[in-house]
Ligand binder design. Structure first.
Ligand code: 2HA
Ligand code: ZN
Length: 270
């Protein structure tokens, strides 16, 4: 067996956690990430017969028996992930109808998966129902998007259109727009269910006064989605209080979408 610490999947997640912290998106223990693994990702690295601990999930994770996830741990600081990945991260396998997660690697200090495990598992199921290639769910607290939820209408169409107007890239990067949840208590099955419902129509779900969830086929794609939306939110906050002389118009957004062959969310560019 090779050491999982040298596995590409692990290295990739460590890099992303480090990068997220550097962007200021994950203060203290803020944020969490889960990556759906293929058997091949851990083959030769982890003995799948050796269950280290059984962790109750507290709900029936709606995913196939045996699904494998690399996931950040509850209370772990993204700032520290790179110094001790085996303590901050874990590989778990769902069993017992998703009511139990078997720990196969990591959480060496006795920890467990993120407090947002329900939102992650339900979001994976929702994304997989519309995109069989989805692998990543990523949550963080980027300050521009968070600030925007205090001063901007939370209507999804309006919120999306504002972001699209802030930078030419936006409608290309997230043509389906961003969905928005009003403030809800985090760490609960209820916010998990609400997030998953929103995930069926967009890869980005803003949690008002809290942060954002992103989903995608890779860590790079998902990070890039949030990075782009956050950049747009930052521009909005720089100009929101100033008199605008011009902006990207609906017609411009339509032209961008047509030129780059993306389909904007129906009804958002009427
Ligand atoms: O503590 O970000 O939403 C991690 C979180 C909870
Ligand atoms: Zn959070």
């Amino acid at each position: 067996m090779k050491d999982f610490l040298s596995a590409p999947r692990l290295a990739e997640l460590v890099r992303i956690c480090t990068e997220m912290y550097a962007h200021g998106w994950d203060e203290r223990n803020g944020g969490n990430v889960s990556v759906l693994l293929d058997g091949a990702d851990i083959d030769g690295y982890i003995d799948t017969k050796n269950v280290l601990r059984e962790l109750p999930t507290g709900f029936s994770a709606p995913l196939p028996e045996g699904s494998l996830f690399l996931v950040t741990g509850t209370g772990k600081y993204f700032r520290n992930v790179r110094y001790d990945p085996a303590d901050s991260l874990g590989v778990v396998r769902l069993t017992d109808g998703g009511k139990t997660a078997q720990l196969l690697w990591g959480f060496t200090g006795g920890g467990t998966f993120t407090s947002e495990f329900p939102a992650h598992m339900m979001s994976h199921a929702a994304r997989l129902s519309v995109d069989a290639e989805n692998r990543v769910v990523l949550h963080c607290h980027p300050d521009g998007l968070l600030a925007m939820t205090y001063v901007h209408d939370l209507d999804e169409r309006a919120f999306t259109r504002t972001l699209w107007q802030m930078e030419t890239e936006c409608v290309m990067v997230f043509p389906e727009g961003v969905n928005v949840l009003p403030w809800m208590l985090c760490g609960t099955n209820e916010i998990g269910e609400a997030t998953a419902e929103k995930m069926k129509t967009a890869r980005l779900v803003v949690w008002a006064q809290h942060g954002i969830y992103g989903a995608g086929r890779s860590l790079d794609e998902t990070f890039g989605l949030i990075e782009t939306a956050e950049k747009a939110a930052g521009i909005f906050l720089k100009i929101a209080h100033l008199p605008w002389k011009q902006t990207l118009k609906t017609e411009d957004l339509r032209r961008i979408a047509a030129h780059y062959g993306v389909t904007p969310r129906a009804g958002y560019l009427d």
